[in-house]
Design a binder for this molecule. Structure first.
Ligand code: ZN
Length: 291
């Protein structure tokens, strides 16, 4: 019986997209699919509690055979040995008493050669990963630029973001969806934000200038070619990770489980569009262009 008592080792924080590993687990899923767990993986899984960045896709191969991985997801093994996958996991990532795994969802049923103990080659779809990394870094930069562009609209101190600006992102962000070369963020502009001291009326009246200001900041940051990296506290999927970027104004650090570019030199441009057609909901669409 292979050892699934320790959490999966992951190499995506170092930017890896290929690795070798030993199969620990192969399980049929309730939706007729199957998943496999390997001791070490370069695949980045979608988080089951804050699913901002989609999981990696790619292949797992051995001895001339290969199978498609449609998406990497989280799996968790409880004290009694039962395995739950993705949104069915009843606790937050890292909860005590659980072993945390990266599960690779397969296209169709598991082939016979994919069995516990087998040595396999894992390969992530490089182009898609690179696009998601650009999308995720652009998403963080856009939210920092948004906080800066709205800084004068606060009548009370809402707390500060990673660059020391009033934390609109932290107060109002309700969802973030990252895709290749972009992201869509939604912000709730309701009563509680107004109570917290945010001037919603002036914001609505000056939306176009705010958008211009964000785009000017993003252009300057892209031009700086600043280094960007993932910092980890350990090698497994549950170790805390954060994104660091050495912006001209100072180093930003944000807790983040996703993947990122290694330098802002990987962008030709990043820009946003702000939409307030529902006055209670700001939608920020971020678009990145690869260098
Ligand atoms: Zn993030």
């Amino acid at each position: 019986m292979p050892d699934i008592s320790s959490s999966s080792r992951v190499t995506f924080p170092e930017g890896e997209t290929s690795d070798t590993g030993i199969v620990l687990l192969v399980e049929a899923l309730s939706d007729d699919g199957a998943m496999t767990v390997v001791d070490t993986t370069p695949f980045h899984p979608v988080d089951h509690t804050w699913p901002d960045q989609p999981g990696d896709s790619g292949t797992i191969a051995s001895g001339g055979e290969s199978v498609r991985v449609t998406e990497a997801v989280m799996a968790a093994v409880s004290d009694d040995g039962s395995v739950t996958v993705g949104v069915d996991i009843p606790v937050k990532r890292g909860a005590e008493g659980w072993t945390w795994l990266v599960a690779h969802r397969l296209e169709g049923a598991a082939p016979a050669w994919l069995a516990p103990g087998a040595a396999v080659q894992l390969d992530v779809d490089d182009a898609r990963r690179a696009g998601l990394s650009r999308g995720h870094t652009a998403c963080h930069l856009a939210s920092l630029a948004l906080d800066l562009a709205l800084a004068d609209l606060w009548r009370k101190d809402p707390g500060t973001d990673a660059m020391g600006a009033p934390d609109f992102e932290g107060r109002a962000n309700q969802s973030s969806r990252i895709h290749e070369d972009g992201a869509v963020d939604e912000y709730r502009l309701g009563k509680s934000l107004r109570k917290a001291g945010f001037d919603t009326e002036t914001f609505a009246a000056t939306l176009a200038q705010r958008e211009e200001s964000i785009n000017a900041t993003l252009a300057a940051w892209v031009a700086s070619g600043a280094p960007s990296r993932i910092v980890t506290e350990g090698p497994t999927i549950v170790d805390r990770r954060s994104w660091q970027c050495e912006l001209p104004e100072g180093t930003a650090e944000i807790l983040c489980g996703g993947t990122h570019v290694s330098s802002l030199g990987e962008f030709a441009s990043i820009s946003v569009a702000l939409d307030l057609s529902d006055p209670q909901l700001l939608v920020m669409t971020t678009t990145a262009v690869a260098a």
